[in-house]
Design a protein around this ligand. Structure first.
Ligand code: SAM
Length: 218
Protein backbone atom coordinates (compact mmCIF):
# COMPACT_ATOMS: atom_id res chain seq x y z
CA UNK A 1 0.00 0.00 0.00
CA UNK A 2 1.92 3.00 -1.16
CA UNK A 3 0.87 6.63 -0.89
CA UNK A 4 -0.60 6.59 -4.41
CA UNK A 5 -3.03 3.85 -3.45
CA UNK A 6 -4.52 6.08 -0.75
CA UNK A 7 -4.41 9.27 -2.81
CA UNK A 8 -6.39 7.47 -5.54
CA UNK A 9 -8.91 6.14 -3.02
CA UNK A 10 -9.58 9.69 -1.82
CA UNK A 11 -9.61 11.16 -5.36
CA UNK A 12 -12.14 8.56 -6.47
CA UNK A 13 -14.22 8.84 -3.31
CA UNK A 14 -13.64 5.15 -2.49
CA UNK A 15 -13.75 5.67 1.25
CA UNK A 16 -16.00 2.87 2.47
CA UNK A 17 -13.97 2.95 5.71
CA UNK A 18 -15.34 6.38 6.63
CA UNK A 19 -18.04 6.10 9.30
CA UNK A 20 -20.98 8.50 9.53
CA UNK A 21 -21.11 8.07 13.30
CA UNK A 22 -18.69 8.06 16.20
CA UNK A 23 -17.23 4.61 16.84
CA UNK A 24 -19.01 2.92 19.80
CA UNK A 25 -15.68 2.07 21.47
CA UNK A 26 -15.17 5.74 22.34
CA UNK A 27 -18.13 6.33 24.66
CA UNK A 28 -17.77 2.76 25.94
CA UNK A 29 -14.06 2.63 26.78
CA UNK A 30 -12.39 6.03 26.51
CA UNK A 31 -13.70 7.42 29.85
CA UNK A 32 -11.90 4.60 31.75
CA UNK A 33 -8.57 5.89 30.37
CA UNK A 34 -9.13 8.81 32.74
CA UNK A 35 -7.55 11.50 30.59
CA UNK A 36 -8.35 14.98 31.77
CA UNK A 37 -9.97 17.60 29.52
CA UNK A 38 -7.11 19.40 27.81
CA UNK A 39 -5.14 16.18 27.31
CA UNK A 40 -4.02 16.11 23.69
CA UNK A 41 -4.87 13.07 21.54
CA UNK A 42 -2.89 11.73 18.58
CA UNK A 43 -4.98 10.14 15.82
CA UNK A 44 -2.64 8.46 13.31
CA UNK A 45 -3.96 7.90 9.77
CA UNK A 46 -7.02 9.91 10.73
CA UNK A 47 -8.79 10.26 7.38
CA UNK A 48 -11.63 12.67 8.05
CA UNK A 49 -12.95 10.64 10.93
CA UNK A 50 -15.75 12.08 13.04
CA UNK A 51 -14.19 10.36 16.03
CA UNK A 52 -11.98 13.47 16.17
CA UNK A 53 -15.13 15.53 16.75
CA UNK A 54 -16.01 13.32 19.71
CA UNK A 55 -12.60 14.05 21.25
CA UNK A 56 -12.98 17.77 20.71
CA UNK A 57 -16.40 17.60 22.37
CA UNK A 58 -14.65 16.23 25.45
CA UNK A 59 -12.18 19.15 25.37
CA UNK A 60 -9.29 17.12 23.96
CA UNK A 61 -7.12 18.98 21.46
CA UNK A 62 -6.61 16.59 18.54
CA UNK A 63 -3.52 15.99 16.40
CA UNK A 64 -4.45 13.95 13.33
CA UNK A 65 -1.92 12.69 10.80
CA UNK A 66 -3.15 11.94 7.30
CA UNK A 67 -1.63 11.50 3.85
CA UNK A 68 -4.50 12.91 1.85
CA UNK A 69 -5.08 16.66 1.46
CA UNK A 70 -8.62 15.81 0.32
CA UNK A 71 -9.27 14.14 3.68
CA UNK A 72 -7.71 16.96 5.69
CA UNK A 73 -9.58 19.71 3.86
CA UNK A 74 -12.78 17.62 3.86
CA UNK A 75 -12.68 17.24 7.63
CA UNK A 76 -12.52 20.99 8.22
CA UNK A 77 -15.17 21.70 5.60
CA UNK A 78 -17.50 19.21 7.26
CA UNK A 79 -16.98 20.98 10.58
CA UNK A 80 -17.61 24.38 8.90
CA UNK A 81 -14.12 25.52 9.91
CA UNK A 82 -11.63 27.35 7.74
CA UNK A 83 -8.24 25.99 8.80
CA UNK A 84 -5.07 28.04 8.95
CA UNK A 85 -2.45 26.34 6.81
CA UNK A 86 1.28 26.31 7.26
CA UNK A 87 4.24 24.26 6.16
CA UNK A 88 5.61 22.16 9.00
CA UNK A 89 8.75 20.32 7.83
CA UNK A 90 7.60 17.63 5.40
CA UNK A 91 3.97 18.23 6.44
CA UNK A 92 1.25 20.71 5.61
CA UNK A 93 -0.40 21.72 8.88
CA UNK A 94 -4.15 22.42 8.89
CA UNK A 95 -5.30 24.02 12.15
CA UNK A 96 -8.70 25.24 13.32
CA UNK A 97 -10.92 24.84 16.37
CA UNK A 98 -9.43 22.15 18.61
CA UNK A 99 -8.01 20.35 15.60
CA UNK A 100 -4.61 20.12 13.97
CA UNK A 101 -4.07 17.77 11.06
CA UNK A 102 -0.55 17.18 9.78
CA UNK A 103 -1.00 16.22 6.16
CA UNK A 104 1.83 13.95 5.10
CA UNK A 105 3.38 10.57 5.82
CA UNK A 106 2.99 9.36 9.42
CA UNK A 107 6.39 7.66 9.16
CA UNK A 108 8.03 11.07 8.59
CA UNK A 109 6.74 12.35 11.92
CA UNK A 110 9.42 12.92 14.58
CA UNK A 111 8.83 13.02 18.32
CA UNK A 112 10.05 16.66 18.54
CA UNK A 113 7.32 17.65 16.07
CA UNK A 114 4.33 16.18 17.86
CA UNK A 115 4.56 18.19 21.08
CA UNK A 116 2.82 16.94 24.21
CA UNK A 117 0.57 13.93 23.59
CA UNK A 118 -1.38 12.23 26.37
CA UNK A 119 -3.73 9.93 24.46
CA UNK A 120 -3.79 7.99 21.23
CA UNK A 121 -6.58 6.52 19.13
CA UNK A 122 -6.26 4.07 16.25
CA UNK A 123 -9.34 2.98 14.38
CA UNK A 124 -8.59 1.53 10.93
CA UNK A 125 -4.97 2.74 10.96
CA UNK A 126 -2.98 -0.39 11.89
CA UNK A 127 -5.37 -2.57 9.88
CA UNK A 128 -4.91 -0.32 6.84
CA UNK A 129 -1.28 -1.44 6.59
CA UNK A 130 0.23 -4.66 5.16
CA UNK A 131 2.32 -6.88 7.52
CA UNK A 132 5.83 -5.33 7.24
CA UNK A 133 4.39 -1.82 7.56
CA UNK A 134 2.48 -2.86 10.68
CA UNK A 135 5.78 -3.58 12.40
CA UNK A 136 7.11 -0.18 11.38
CA UNK A 137 3.89 1.45 12.52
CA UNK A 138 3.94 -0.12 16.01
CA UNK A 139 7.62 0.74 16.48
CA UNK A 140 7.04 4.30 15.27
CA UNK A 141 4.10 4.83 17.60
CA UNK A 142 6.29 3.61 20.46
CA UNK A 143 8.89 6.23 19.52
CA UNK A 144 6.37 9.08 19.31
CA UNK A 145 4.59 8.46 22.61
CA UNK A 146 6.08 9.02 26.05
CA UNK A 147 5.55 6.61 28.99
CA UNK A 148 2.13 7.08 30.56
CA UNK A 149 0.37 7.82 27.26
CA UNK A 150 -2.71 5.65 26.87
CA UNK A 151 -5.15 4.93 24.15
CA UNK A 152 -7.44 2.62 22.24
CA UNK A 153 -6.79 0.46 19.20
CA UNK A 154 -9.62 -0.97 17.09
CA UNK A 155 -8.83 -3.94 14.82
CA UNK A 156 -10.60 -6.44 12.55
CA UNK A 157 -10.18 -10.19 12.20
CA UNK A 158 -11.63 -12.22 9.35
CA UNK A 159 -10.55 -15.11 7.09
CA UNK A 160 -7.78 -13.32 5.15
CA UNK A 161 -7.92 -15.89 2.32
CA UNK A 162 -11.47 -14.77 1.50
CA UNK A 163 -10.61 -11.10 0.95
CA UNK A 164 -7.55 -9.01 0.15
CA UNK A 165 -6.85 -6.06 2.43
CA UNK A 166 -7.06 -3.30 3.25
CA UNK A 167 -8.53 -3.58 5.76
CA UNK A 168 -6.22 -6.42 6.79
CA UNK A 169 -6.95 -9.13 9.32
CA UNK A 170 -4.83 -8.48 12.41
CA UNK A 171 -5.31 -11.29 14.97
CA UNK A 172 -5.16 -10.71 18.71
CA UNK A 173 -1.80 -12.50 18.97
CA UNK A 174 -0.31 -10.21 16.36
CA UNK A 175 -1.44 -7.12 18.26
CA UNK A 176 0.34 -8.43 21.35
CA UNK A 177 3.47 -9.30 19.36
CA UNK A 178 3.55 -5.88 17.68
CA UNK A 179 2.96 -3.66 20.67
CA UNK A 180 4.05 -5.52 23.79
CA UNK A 181 7.64 -4.27 23.70
CA UNK A 182 6.55 -0.66 24.26
CA UNK A 183 2.98 -0.96 25.55
CA UNK A 184 0.91 -2.85 28.05
CA UNK A 185 -1.76 -4.41 25.83
CA UNK A 186 -5.22 -5.33 27.09
CA UNK A 187 -8.03 -6.77 24.97
CA UNK A 188 -11.23 -5.04 26.11
CA UNK A 189 -13.73 -6.47 23.65
CA UNK A 190 -13.92 -8.84 20.68
CA UNK A 191 -17.22 -9.34 18.93
CA UNK A 192 -18.62 -10.33 15.55
CA UNK A 193 -19.73 -7.20 13.66
CA UNK A 194 -20.44 -8.87 10.30
CA UNK A 195 -24.21 -8.33 10.52
CA UNK A 196 -23.66 -4.57 10.76
CA UNK A 197 -21.19 -4.53 7.82
CA UNK A 198 -23.04 -5.74 4.75
CA UNK A 199 -20.21 -4.76 2.38
CA UNK A 200 -17.98 -7.41 4.00
CA UNK A 201 -20.66 -10.11 3.99
CA UNK A 202 -21.05 -9.43 0.25
CA UNK A 203 -17.35 -10.17 -0.20
CA UNK A 204 -17.81 -13.70 1.16
CA UNK A 205 -16.73 -13.35 4.78
CA UNK A 206 -18.46 -15.56 7.30
CA UNK A 207 -17.17 -13.74 10.35
CA UNK A 208 -15.75 -10.33 11.11
CA UNK A 209 -14.50 -9.78 14.62
CA UNK A 210 -13.80 -6.30 15.81
CA UNK A 211 -11.25 -6.06 18.60
CA UNK A 212 -10.87 -3.13 20.96
CA UNK A 213 -7.59 -2.92 22.86
CA UNK A 214 -6.29 -0.59 25.52
CA UNK A 215 -2.65 0.39 25.04
CA UNK A 216 -0.59 1.92 27.85
CA UNK A 217 2.86 3.17 26.87
CA UNK A 218 5.35 1.66 29.32
C1 SAM B 1 -8.66 2.94 6.39
S1 SAM B 1 -8.45 4.66 6.41
C2 SAM B 1 -8.96 5.04 8.08
C3 SAM B 1 -9.13 6.50 8.34
C4 SAM B 1 -9.66 6.82 9.76
N1 SAM B 1 -8.80 6.29 10.79
C5 SAM B 1 -11.08 6.39 9.94
O1 SAM B 1 -11.36 5.66 10.90
O2 SAM B 1 -11.93 6.79 9.12
C6 SAM B 1 -6.69 4.81 6.46
C7 SAM B 1 -6.22 6.23 6.24
O3 SAM B 1 -4.81 6.30 6.41
C8 SAM B 1 -4.27 7.18 5.47
N2 SAM B 1 -2.86 6.77 5.35
C9 SAM B 1 -2.38 5.63 4.79
N3 SAM B 1 -1.06 5.57 4.92
C10 SAM B 1 -0.67 6.69 5.59
C11 SAM B 1 0.59 7.21 6.02
N4 SAM B 1 1.72 6.54 5.79
N5 SAM B 1 0.62 8.37 6.68
C12 SAM B 1 -0.54 9.08 6.92
N6 SAM B 1 -1.75 8.63 6.52
C13 SAM B 1 -1.83 7.46 5.86
C14 SAM B 1 -5.12 7.00 4.25
O4 SAM B 1 -5.09 8.10 3.37
C15 SAM B 1 -6.50 6.77 4.86
O5 SAM B 1 -7.19 7.99 5.00
Amino acid sequence: MDANFWHERWQQGQIGFHQPDVHPSLPRYWPALDLRPGSRVLVPLCGRSLDMVWFAGRFHPVLGVELSPIAAAGFFAHESLTPLRDTHGPFELYAGGRYEILQGDFFDLAREEVGAIHGCYDRAALIALPPPMRQRYAAHLGKLLVPGTRGLLVTLEYPQDKMDGPPFCVPVDEVHALFERDFKVELLERRDVLAANARFAERGLDYLYEGVFRLDRR
